[in-house]
Design a binder for this molecule. Structure first.
Ligand code: C5P
Length: 297
């Protein structure tokens, strides 16, 4: 028997991102504000009684050259990790992903797909994983996966990003303009550039308090530690941030380790034409809910 679940794998931006020293296992300590966005991949997971493993990808954000071997794909690894944890369920699975989130751009696309697979499987499983196993499996797949698998729409994240505190900030949803440069930035490179630059922040692991105000998002402009080192190599990122600010963004920052730059707009956002930037532009919004898994019998 085949059963199906469909998940809208929402992406994320890091409204701010501070990077601290390296701790156990070679990872850096982080303090970041995650915000889910409406831009989402569509992930469909089918579970089978027979042994089968397949992945099909399509969609406007799928690179022409594809995404490398299926076995290494994070969504496939998520399903394999889930099966390891349950001791063999599901016997087989097929995954379809319609890509809308640009790949490798700091928007958590691959992590959102992996999180969507875990959510789908947990919804279909005869016995869901314990919270501990589920969250541990998510972190094993990547630092952004715990937030994206959670039921939080925005969160303050510390540790590798897995220690999550709900942010009850009463902000009105904002328009999000994403500027997607033609070049990407490899996450491991960005961490290395930061280490070589020798800049270190004191990281507070206390959830911050937000100043009340008409435009709550403005109070969230606390920077991204990767920006100086990535902008030094890619000046376009600084140009795009300044242009978004000129157009009235409350916050204009790089997301994650780049290369995407986002602008948050409480009022009207600029059109692609008005921005006049030499990059792909995507218009979306901050999410105000996590879209539920849809199980189809
Ligand atoms: O966890 P994730 O797979 O996203 O990490 C990709 C790479 O980024 C890691 O191999 C590591 O080099 C770096 N990283 C880090 N500290 C973190 C997260 C990622 O050094 N907290």
């Amino acid at each position: 028997m085949t059963r199906v679940a469909r998940v809208l794998a929402q992406g994320k931006i890091n409204v701010w991102l501070h990077v601290g020293p390296v701790f156990d296992g070679g990872y850096h300590r982080l303090a970041t504000f995650f915000q889910r966005i409406d831009l989402a991949d569509v992930v469909t997971v089918r579970v089978h009684d027979h042994a089968e493993e397949s992945l099909r990808m399509s969609g406007p954000a799928l690179p022409a050259a594809g995404l490398g071997p299926d076995r290494e794909n994070l969504a496939m690894r998520a399903a394999a990790a889930f099966r390891d944890r349950t001791g063999g369920w599901p016997a087989g699975f097929s995954i379809e992903i319609e890509k809308h989130i640009p790949v490798g751009g700091g928007l958590g696309g691959g992590s959102a797909d992996a999180a969507a697979v875990l959510r789908a499987l947990n919804a279909l499983a005869p016995e869901p994983l314990s919270r501990e196993l589920y969250e541990g499996t998510a972190l094993g797949l990547g630092s952004d996966v715990p937030f994206l698998v959670s039921d939080l729409v925005r969160a303050f994240g510390t540790g590798r990003g897995e220690k999550l505190t709900h942010m009850p900030a009463p902000f009105a949803p904002a328009a999000v303009v994403l500027v997607i440069p033609a070049f990407g930035v490899a996450t491991a490179d960005a961490y290395r550039w930061l280490d070589e630059s020798g800049t270190r922040q004191f990281l507070s692991e206390e959830p911050p308090a937000f100043p009340p105000g008409e435009d709550g998002w403005k109070g969230l402009d606390r920077g991204n530690d990767f920006e100086p080192v990535v902008e030094a190599r890619h000046p376009f990122i600084g140009q795009a941030r300044r242009r978004l600010q000129e157009c009235g963004a409350s916050v204009a920052r790089m997301s994650g380790s780049g290369s995407t730059i986002f602008g948050l707009f409480s009022g009207a956002s600029p059109t692609t034409q008005a921005l006049g930037l030499d990059a792909k532009i995507i218009h979306t919004r901050t999410s105000d809910s996590v879209v539920a898994v849809e199980v189809r019998e």
